[in-house]
Write a new protein. Structure first.
Length: 255
């Protein structure tokens, strides 16, 4: 058997497999990579901490203030559904508005106390006059109507159409100061639907003042009281001041 070997052609160059050069491998900077990894760890830690803070529950509600007509336990029960939002996300303004819907509550201040407490400071309404048979007026002349109206006969009685409580209160204060000059006490002031004012003094003496110039008419009454009525005022039942230059006196019937 004859074996033929191929001869290398003249001028041909044999090629050996080349090894990859280190210069061709891209180098990634190690420091920036470590920095990115570190930032990721920090971000995860911050996120976990934030979740922990946001989910922090409210464990205690402290209600302060001098309360005579409001039950603290009842208020806390009303607030419980609102406390589920957690300590941080708790809507303090919503709590304030919810509590101020209670007729006997005048003002509310709500603050957080770290880490899990809510402080609620309550100022109750201070009634200075009765309004009709269903409510009271506070010192600003604002009407509030409790579900249960206690009997407070020592307070003056005011009444009038809806929306007129502040005007009635202002006139009551002015008339009270005026009558005090003659040691007379205003017990009641009423404004009817037609705009007529009626004042009732201590002793149930009714003074009808009409629709306008009530201060001027009351001053005219005081002059008449000083000069003609003071001696027999206990016998007076009512006085009509709706006359331009005078007054009409009705006397109590002798028993």
């Amino acid at each position: 058997m004859v074996i033929f070997k191929s001869k290398q052609q003249r001028g041909a160059v044999s090629k050996k497999p080349t090894k990859p050069s280190r210069q061709n491998i891209p180098r990634v900077p190690l420091l920036p990579v470590l920095g990115v990894v570190g930032l990721l760890f920090v971000a995860v830690a911050i996120y976990q901490q934030l979740q922990s803070v946001l989910s922090q529950p409210v464990d205690r509600v402290a209600i302060t203030g001098t309360l005579q007509h409001v039950d603290k336990n009842v208020l806390i029960e009303q607030l419980k559904p609102m406390l589920n939002e957690g300590f941080v996300l708790l809507n303090l303004d919503a709590i304030r508005k919810q509590l101020e819907q209670e007729p006997w509550i005048d003002q509310v201040r709500v603050v957080r106390r770290w880490p899990n407490q809510v402080l609620v400071d309550i100022r109750e309404q201070q009634p200075i006059a009765r309004w009709g048979q269903a409510g009271f007026l506070n010192h600003r002349g604002q009407l509030f109507e409790p579900k249960v109206v206690p009997k407070v006969n020592s307070l003056p009685l005011l009444d009038g159409p809806s929306g007129e409580s502040e005007q009635v209160m202002n006139n009551f204060r002015s008339l009270t100061e005026l009558l005090r000059q003659r040691n007379l006490q205003l017990y009641s002031l009423l404004l009817d639907e037609r705009g007529n004012w009626v004042a009732v003094l201590e002793g149930d003496v009714k003074i009808t003042l009409g629709q306008d110039q009530i201060m001027s008419k009351m001053r005219r009454f005081m002059r008449s009281y000083q000069h003609a009525l003071v001696a027999d005022f206990e016998r007076v039942e009512s006085i009509d001041m709706r006359y331009s230059n005078g007054l009409a006196v009705a006397w109590k019937q002798q028993g």
